[in-house]
Design a protein around this ligand. Structure first.
Ligand code: PGA
Length: 252
């Protein structure tokens, strides 16, 4: 059966020292309170090595927030999937709406990143989700389907087993506006049906689909109670160990 997951996405927050302290804090809490779900810390590149060293790998996995769309070479400032993997990180977040919007990451670029991540033994947390205008035009289903088709549906079923999907409506990210649990469940069930159409029911049943967008301790239990919501990708509320744990414990 598919994994329940709570993943943090620190984004461009925390100095190295602050990040280590945060990772230590989460690790201490989870040592005392064994989580009932998989816990992932998504950190900037510079934190990966130290966070991997800081946390107990039986309790916490570590994720990058991006990787390059090229394998190696003269790409100043880029960080390859192989470099991410060499830190001990197990995951990479790809397709986040902030990367799509501010860094012009197209479906083709994301497809290249997904392929390189998997080729280097990373698992991918692949983000999809519609804008407010698209939701108001009732285009959300078409948008998420196209995002999957554009960057991950070329994978074999065996490769697709390494993909975690994160549904993040753009209008809910960092806005304090959460999708209602019914709204989220409706589209999560739709996403699972699209995966089933492509790869079959068994693969779809094994795919973890996370909700992201102003998820916090107060709404996580309600969201996670829905059959097709397998956890959360957490931005703001992952920046304090206690706030993050409040979401993790929604699975208790
Ligand atoms: P948020 O961000 O929890 O701050 O809304 C979620 C995300 O962008 O992954």
């Amino acid at each position: 059966m598919r994994q329940k997951i709570v993943a943090g996405n620190w984004k461009m927050n925390n100095t190295l020292q602050e990040g280590i302290e945060l990772a230590k804090g989460v690790n201490e809490i989870l040592k005392a309170n064994a989580p009932k779900c998989k816990v992932i810390l998504g950190t900037p590149f510079i934190h990966l090595t130290e966070v991997v060293k800081t946390v107990d790998s039986k309790l916490i996995s570590v994720s990058a927030e991006n990787c390059a769309d090229k394998e190696k070479g003269a790409f100043t400032g880029e960080v390859s999937a192989a470099m991410v993997k060499s830190t001990g990180a197990e995951y990479v977040i790809l397709g986040h709406s902030e990367r799509r919007e501010y860094y012009n990451e197209t479906p083709e670029i994301l497809k290249a990143k997904v392929d390189l991540a998997l080729a280097n033994g990373l698992k991918v947390i692949f983000c999809i989700g519609e804008s407010l205008a698209q939701r108001e035009a009732n285009e959300q289903n078409a948008v998420v389907k196209a995002e999957l088709e554009g960057s991950v549906f070329h994978l074999s079923a065996e490769q697709f087993a390494n993909i975690v999907i994160a549904y993040e409506p753009i209008w809910a990210i960092g806005t304090g506006k959460t999708a209602t649990s019914d709204q989220a469940e409706e589209i999560h069930a739709y996403i699972r049906s699209v995966v089933a159409d492509k790869y079959g029911k068994a693969v779809a049943d094994n795919t973890s689909i996370l909700y992201g967008g102003s998820c916090k301790g107060s709404n996580a239990p309600e969201l996670f109670s829905k059959p097709d919501i397998d956890g959360g990708l957490i931005g703001g509320a992952s920046l304090k160990a206690g706030d993050f744990y409040d979401i993790i414990k929604a699975w208790n």
